[in-house]
Write a protein that binds this ligand. Structure first.
Ligand code: IPD
Ligand code: CA
Ligand code: CA
Length: 254
């Protein structure tokens, strides 16, 4: 492993402290609309700038792709960063938002971390070495009955322009499951599948920076990650992560 998970944790926790300094003074937060339902704040930009500088200083060999600043030259080995996933929640003083950092080398995700500072939860995984939450090993749930399951989903910011906006799918699945949640951060949603807090998560029209770290954490915790047709892999435009035990039944409803 060409990186140190403890050094990365300290960099990401420092980014979390920066995000919290903005979170604790929301009256001063500058909020800009990137599109009718997609927000960015000065906190997003500041956290991404901090992470890009800190990661470049410690690991100059890797490129960088951040949601707000775009892609650097080296994209074969790159950090994939969402500085604040759940910006809308962040801007309203809610706790479900997270910093998402993944490392991809030659198109293979080898490290992912999702840090939710307001919840004080740090999730991380290295490929082939399992998934962890605050230093404890985590695994997906054992729920095998879809009728008893709790599911989570999200509604893409651009849903107004989508023929399939997930609302019919959500109602179809909500009718037969016990619990439904919309937490507001895809990165956290995927970690909650990894931690067995929810049994499945799906969403459309995301970007790789929303899901890269969370999907690796879910996979390393034993999740099945596919598109809506059941093809194995991480597909940000159609991502479905389950505990594997309700996968077949849920796939029929996607
Ligand atoms: C958003 C969150 C949300 C999802 C949106 C994403 P952002 O990320 O992940 O849960 O439903 O589609 O855009 O914009 O807050 O980084
Ligand atoms: Ca995001
Ligand atoms: Ca974001």
């Amino acid at each position: 492993m060409p990186i140190s998970s403890s050094i990365l944790e300290s960099i990401i926790r420092e980014a979390g402290a920066l995000a919290m300094s903005h979170f604790k003074d929301l009256k001063k937060l500058e909020v800009i609309k990137k599109s009718p339902r997609d927000l960015v704040t000065d906190a997003d930009v500041a956290v991404e700038a901090f992470l890009q500088a800190a990661l470049a200083s410690r690991y100059p060999q890797f490129g960088f792709w951040g949601e707000e600043s775009g892609q650097s030259a080296n994209q074969t080995s790159r950090w994939i960063v969402d500085p604040i996933d759940g910006t809308h929640s962040f801007s309203r003083g809610q706790y479900f938002w997270a910093i998402s950092v993944a490392l991809e080398i030659d198109q293979e995700l080898i490290f992912g971390a999702v840090y939710a500072p307001a919840l004080d939860d740090y999730y991380a995984a290295e490929k082939g070495k399992g998934a962890w939450k605050n230093g404890e090993r985590i695994n997906v749930s054992t729920e095998s009955n879809l009728a008893d399951a709790m599911i989570a989903t999200g509604f893409a910011c651009l849903r107004a322009y989508l023929k399939d906006n997930n609302l019919e799918r959500f109602c179809r699945i909500a009718e037969i499951t016990t619990g439904q949640r919309r937490f507001g951060s895809a990165a956290i949603d995927l970690c909650l599948v990894a931690d067995g807090q929810v049994d499945a998560f799906w969403e459309q029209e995301l970007n790789l920076y929303d899901v890269a770290a969370g999907a690796l954490i879910a996979l390393e915790a034993g999740a099945t990650v596919t598109d809506f047709q059941g093809k194995l892999g991480i597909f940000p435009k159609q991502i479905l992560a389950t505990n594997g035990k309700i996968f077949d039944e849920l796939l029929l409803l996607m």
